[in-house]
Structures are given as C-alpha cells and as structure tokens.
Design a protein around this ligand. Structure first.
Ligand SMILES: NC(=O)c1ccc[n+]([C@@H]2O[C@H](COP(=O)([O-])OP(=O)(O)OC[C@H]3O[C@@H](n4cnc5c(N)ncnc54)[C@H](O)[C@@H]3O)[C@@H](O)[C@H]2O)c1
Length: 363
C-alpha cells in the first residue's frame, strides 16, 4: 500500500507492506534518490537479521553504518553529533543519504541530523515500531531532548521516503504494539468514525499481528496523519488535533518519572480516557459517542487512573499540564471531542477546574 505526502518543501512516498526491506535498493532508485553514499543508522534492538538483509542490498563501498542504543536519554545532541561526525568524515554531500532504521527516537534523531547537515541531505526513514510507522515517521517533526524537556531542540524536515515494513513489528514487545495502537485509535477518534468502528471490532487481530488487519490499520492511520499534516505542516492550527489526550498523557508520564511503570502509549490511552471523561462532564461530548469510546478503552484495560496515581499526585499532574506548549496564558488548553471524528481546538480551562475533575478520578 502506498500513499504520497504533499508538503510545501517536497512530496514523498510512504510505502506500507511486507518484505519491503528485501528490495530497498530498488525502491530507493524508483523514488529517484540517486545518492552515491548512504549512512545507515540503526537501533540496537532491531533484529540483526533484518539489518543484515538491508545492508546486503547495497554496494559495500557505498555504505557506512552505525548502531546506536536509542532511548529517551540518548535522544540528545551528543548522539546527533556522533552521526554528523561520520557524515563529515566521509565527506557526504547533500545528494547523499541518511537512512534511519529504528523507532520514533531513531527517526527523530536521524531526521534532525539530516536537516542540519549541509542544511539538509536526503533522509530515508524505515520505521521499525508500530508507533513510528503510524505516526512519527510522517509529518516532518524531528528533534532531540534537552535539559529543558522533551523534543525541545528540533526542526521541521520532511523525509525523502518512508518505508514501513511490517516484518519489523514481529520482534516488537507487546507493550510497544499497544503504544502504536494508542496513536492509531487517536487518529480514528479525531477523523474517521468508520475507522473507529473497524478498530473496535478488530483491535485484538491488530495487536496479535494479523498481517491483513495490521497493514490496513497502519495505512488508514497514516492517511489520517497525512491529511492533517498537509493542511497545517507547522502546527499553527488544525495539526493540534493530533494532541488529543496528550496534555494529560505528558503530565501522567512526567509525574510517574518516565519509567516503565507507565510507557508513552499507556499514558496516551489514559490521556484520551481523561479528555473523553472531561468532555462528557462539560457536556461537550455526545453521550452515545462517549459510551462507545469508554467501552473500547475498558476492553483495552485503560480506564483507571487509580492503578497509577494517588490523590497526592494531582498537584504534580497539574504542574506538568501547565507546562504544555499549547497553553497561551495561565489556563490549560485541551483538545476535546464533540463526537467521534469531531474534534475541537483551543478550549482553555482554569487549573481549579481540571483539579476538581481529577479529584473525581483519582482518590
Ligand atoms: N516526530 C513525530 O512526529 C513524533 C510523533 C510521536 C512520537 N515521537 C517520538 O517518538 C518516540 C517514541 O517512538 P517509539 O515508540 O517508536 O519509541 P522507541 O524509538 O524508543 O522504540 C521503542 C522501543 O522499541 C525498540 N525497538 C525498535 N524497533 C524494534 C523492533 N523492530 N523490534 C524490537 N524492538 C524494537 C527500541 O529500541 C525501544 O526500546 C518519542 O521520543 C516521541 O517523542 C515523534
């Protein structure tokens, strides 16, 4: 399955399917990327067999490779610098190409390195997690973490090509599959009720790697992200809908201290539950749609904040919600739903309002 993302700077293909890596060299040529040199940066957890198969498709003399242990701690300028050093040392030109083979972190870091090396060299992204295939590989946001927080240093830089080979997902831990599913579900909730119904019916097939359903869910999800990004590349307005549930989610992750007790996808599921509950309490969200969403989240087992938080955590959660980049004044900005596929932007609420809401959920 293919789709084309059209942006102000360039148009690029997103290819989704099985065994795409086995013809990566042909795909790159077909997409008119005529590079003389390639640097392949890959995540240490991607199975060696997959990496070997990718490397074997290139002329040995034309490739450099670098294996990196990617995590939120190594998502920093030091890692970017280690990539830039190779590009410089091997005298890469703008026409040459950096290939990322890894999850969202690897893609964000490589995308950023590509954007600043000689003001931009070709960047090909091979996302290897479900989250990166359905979300982060599309849209051109790149970046690294800094002392002041997550993704604080970065750029908008579109890839030249995205190849999402679902074979990568076979080795992905269950929790990481759920992370990706959270974003797929988010895309359905902001844009497509029929897709939401498809997910409700088939989520267990998707999570248990049924190729046909997985591929369809990835494709649909990418299509939604593409449509949003094409309308608002630099997140001036409509792209903010992609943050549904994320103001709560980021605060939940930060409050727990970014540990394995609650990973990003789980936080997003809890964040969406919170946004949906809040929308209902404020009489913004239609009752029947509210019920459908909550029923689905219950099936996924992500409706209970008490498993993760105590009432003493509420002030900390509010503190982090107030740090959100979307806030303009002292109020907290939330993306909410009027119904499924009917998001609303720019709704701001006073801190006390959200505090008393959370007190009803966490006790
Ligand atoms: N640029 C964007 O628009 C955007 C959007 C959403 C999220 N993000 C960023 O993406 C990151 C999260 O991405 P992620 O969920 O892919 O996390 P990740 O890159 O950390 O990958 C998750 C885990 O899976 C491992 N892994 C990767 N591929 C694997 C494979 N095929 N088999 C087994 N293990 C594998 C990784 O080593 C890691 O431990 C965050 O840093 C977030 O800020 C960016």
């Amino acid at each position: 399955m293919n789709l084309k993302v059209k942006t102000n700077i360039n148009n690029y293909s997103v290819l989704i399917g099985k065994n795409l890596c086995s013809k990566i060299n042909k795909i790159i040529l077909k997409e008119r990327i005529h590079s003389q040199k390639f640097l392949i940066v890959y995540d240490s957890k991607v199975p060696a067999k997959m990496i070997k198969s990718i490397l074997s498709k290139f002329d040995k003399k034309k490739i450099e490779k670098k294996k990196i242990v990617f995590n939120e701690k190594s998502k920093n300028l030091k890692t970017v610098n280690s990539i830039l050093k190779i590009l410089e040392k091997q005298n890469f030109s703008r026409n040459d190409c950096l290939i990322s083979v890894g999850g969202g972190i690897c893609g964000d870091v490589c995308g950023f390195a590509s954007s600043i090396f000689k003001r931009g060299l070709n960047f090909v992204n091979l996302p290897t997690t479900l989250l990166s295939q359905v979300d982060s590989a599309i849209g051109g946001k790149t970046g690294v973490n800094s002392l002041s927080g997550k993704n604080m240093i970065g750029s908008f830089y579109q890839p030249s090509l995205v190849i999402s080979d679902i074979n990568f997902l076979k080795s992905l831990p269950k929790k990481e599959m759920l992370c990706g599913y959270a974003e797929i579900l988010k895309h359905s909730l902001i844009k497509n009720k029929i897709f939401f119904k498809f997910l409700k019916k088939n989520f267990s097939k998707i999570l248990s790697h049924n190729d046909k359903f997985l591929e369809r869910a990835i494709y649909k999800s990418c299509l939604i992200k593409k449509e949003v990004v094409e309308k608002d590349e630099k997140e001036k307005n409509i792209r903010k809908v992609l943050n549904l549930g994320h103001t709560f989610a980021h605060a939940y992750e930060a409050t727990i201290g970014y540990n394995k007790g609650l990973n990003h996808g789980e936080a997003v599921l809890l964040g969406m539950m919170s946004a949906v509950e809040f929308g209902r309490q404020k009489n913004i969200l239609k009752k029947s749609d509210y019920k459908q969403i909550i029923d689905h989240l219950k099936k996924l087992n992500y409706c209970n904040l008490n498993k993760y938080f105590k009432s003493k955590d509420i002030s900390k959660i509010i503190f982090y919600m107030k740090q959100d980049k979307k806030n303009k004044d002292s109020k907290i900005n939330l993306i909410l739903l009027k119904g499924i596929a009917k998001p609303i932007l720019n709704k701001s609420f006073r801190e006390n309002n959200i505090k008393s809401f959370l007190k009803n959920l966490i006790y």
